[in-house]
Design a protein around this ligand. Structure first.
Ligand SMILES: Nc1ncnc2c1ncn2[C@@H]1O[C@H](COP(=O)(O)OP(=O)(O)OP(=O)(O)O)[C@@H](O)[C@H]1O
Ligand SMILES: [Mg+2]
Length: 194
């Protein structure tokens, strides 16, 4: 199966002459946290302000796990506030399901759950700040299902953290929280020469 992660060449700026992905502390932590989350088939939330490297960290780490462990990764990235119906459709596409999406929610849920039970996978939900309580709840529902073999990594702005934290039903199920922050001046001085 071809990867759903955007190819390395599309990571902004990293292809400029002399540019390189730097193993920052956040990237190292993400690598460990993502591996632990996948081992536990759990849910993780990587959150922080815009542009601090959340998407890059997730993509770099998962490309590695695809390559070294053959982990199957699916990816959804939201661009606007989705409805539960839109989430089902995104999952249908990300899981590579054939044919037309079912018309009725119960039938649709059954199809998605069967697919999630069929094999282990990791799902990345990027731009998760667009999710509200209801749509996060849908991910919880599919993850909670006893036969689901899915690990879910939510990456997003602080809004994602705020919504998840407010709902004990959701927050209690997040195995690892990782807060990514801006590099400090001292870290920049260390990292830039690299
Ligand atoms: N570890 C790193 N090494 C080198 N460059 C990096 C690293 N992390 C981030 N960058 C640079 O910073 C840019 C922004 O990172 P990224 O898109 O991952 O941020 P983000 O936290 O996902 O932002 P947003 O919240 O806007 O989605 C990257 O395109 C890349 O150029
Ligand atoms: Mg991003």
């Amino acid at each position: 199966m071809t990867s759903q992660l955007p190819p390395r060449e599309t990571d902004h700026y990293t292809q400029l002459a002399d540019a390189a992905v730097v193993t920052t502390r956040a990237l190292l932590a993400a690598r460990e946290n993502i591996a632990d989350t996948i081992d536990a088939r759990a849910m993780m939330c990587l959150h922080g302000p815009a542009g601090v490297g959340k998407t890059l960290a997730v993509n770099v780490c998962l490309r590695e796990l695809e390559r070294t462990r053959g982990e199957e990764v699916c990816r959804i990235a939201f661009r606007a506030r989705p409805t539960a119906r839109a989430v089902r459709h995104e999952l249908f596409v990300a899981l590579g399901l054939p044919g037309e999406p079912p018309r009725h929610p119960p039938e649709f849920d059954r199809l998605l759950l069967d697919s999630l039970a069929a094999q282990p996978r990791t799902l990345v939900v990027d731009e998760a700040q667009w999710l509200n309580r209801e749509t996060f709840e849908y991910f919880r529902y599919i993850w909670d299902h006893p036969y689901s073999q899915i690990a879910i990594i939510f990456a997003g702005g602080e809004g994602a953290h705020t919504v998840l934290r407010k709902e004990p039903m959701l927050s209690s199920r997040i195995y690892i929280w990782q807060h990514v922050t801006k590099l400090t001046l001292a870290q920049v001085q260390q990292v830039i020469p690299l």
